[in-house]
Design a protein around this ligand. Structure first.
Ligand code: NAD
Length: 331
């Protein structure tokens, strides 16, 4: 049985991944700045610490066969696109990746999964909301629309460099807007699906919600269960990546809000207000994942949004109402 380390195991995707790995019988260590907020971790060993610190990274890597590297300084559009966090996003995430790879090499870790992002794709290919280009081989000439995307692109290259020069096996996925229960839903780091659900949930029956931009920007959203399925399939495959893990179902942000209203049984007015929106259109291109893994995500966004809405409804009734504006655009 492999000993697995999940870096960022106290976060949204990391928490779900650990549950899955435990169900599959792995021994799992988690390393994160914090514990999971919404349910206890299933990890066998949970180490609280900072992966920017080489001593901590060295310590958690001991005895590990495989690593899933999910730790990053990240958030939704309100965090990534304002420019206020650029230096810390780049410094923190790059330092984590440099440390993780170097100590993985020193300890002889066999295989590493790295979570990159759709944010690496060039802005010039995502101007048309109806026809965004996000095939894996369209990443260059590089022109991500955020420093978060640039750091991910640098780190992808770092992982592949370690594979070429040191023989460590690498798997790189580019996630496209993952959502679901136990993700951030308020406080500034939440993404569009959670923010939309929260606003709809907290609005009066004849009220309105705010959407950043004209709401006609498009995205695709992948439910957490299918994300984890993709991660595990990629990890067990012979393909190194980079590989999109996302949904092909494109929806406008206004459309996403309307879907949440329909689920809630509320008919609210949408007020489009200025705010950071990111690229005009983005969706996963799933041709390569279908070819390489013989599988691709297939669940409709509605099903995942229903689960997410019910979960946020529960959270919301157990906490103080949040009145901050809706994070509408999406990374
Ligand atoms: P998350 O913020 O819930 O999880 C990231 C975790 O990393 C957090 O628990 C955080 O505490 C931890 N972390 C940050 N800095 C750390 C440090 N210095 N030391 C130790 N731990 C640290 O985010 P998530 O949604 O679970 O995303 C996981 C990964 O997937 C990230 O790398 C993210 O960039 C990538 N990704 C996510 C999405 C998405 O839609 N959620 C999309 C594209 C890429």
């Amino acid at each position: 049985m492999n000993n697995v380390l999940v870096c960022g195991g106290g976060g949204f995707i990391g928490g779900h991944l650990i549950k899955r790995l435990k169900r599959e019988g792995f021994w799992v260590r988690s390393a994160d700045l914090k514990q999971n907020e919404f349910s206890p971790s299933s990890a066998d060993d949970f180490r609280i610490g900072d992966l920017r610190d080489p001593l901590f990274t060295r310590e958690v890597m001991e005895g590990i066969d495989e690593v899933y590297q999910l730790a990053a300084d990240m958030g939704g559009a309100g965090y990534i696109f304002t420019g206020e966090h650029d230096a810390s996003v780049m410094h923190n995430s790059a330092t984590i990746n440099l440390n993780v790879l170097e100590f993985a090499r020193i300890w002889g870790v066999r295989k590493i999964f790295y979570s990159s992002s759709a944010c690496i794709y060039p802005a010039y290919n995502q101007l048309d909301p109806d026809n965004p280009i996000c095939a894996e081989d369209s990443a260059y000439p590089a022109a991500p629309d955020s420093e978060y995307g640039w750091e991910k692109l640098f780190s992808e290259r770092l992982y592949f460099s370690y594979m070429r020069n040191y023989g460590i096996q690498v798997r790189v996925a580019r996630f496209h807007n993952i959502f679901g229960p136990e993700g951030a839903w308020h406080g500034g780091r939440e993404k569009a699906p959670a923010a939309v659900c929260r606003k709809v949930c907290e609005a009066e029956y004849d009220g309105e919600i705010e959407i950043w931009g004209d709401g006609l920007q498009t995205r695709s959203f992948l439910y957490i269960d299918e994300c984890i399925e993709g991660v595990r399939r990629l990890m067990e495959s012979h393909f190194s990546g980079p590989l999109n893990i996302g949904s092909e179902e494109m929806i406008t942000i206004n459309g996403l809000a309307e879907l949440a209203m329909d689920i809630a049984g509320k008919s609210l007015r949408i007020r489009n207000v200025p705010g950071p929106t990111g690229v005009r259109g983005r969706k996963s291109d799933n041709r390569l994942i279908q070819t390489q893994l013989g599988w691709k995500p297939s669940q409709p966004v509605r099903r995942g949004l229903e689960n997410t809405y019910r979960w946020i409804e529960q959270q919301s009734t157990h906490s103080t109402p949040i009145t901050s504006s809706l994070m509408l655009a999406h990374a």
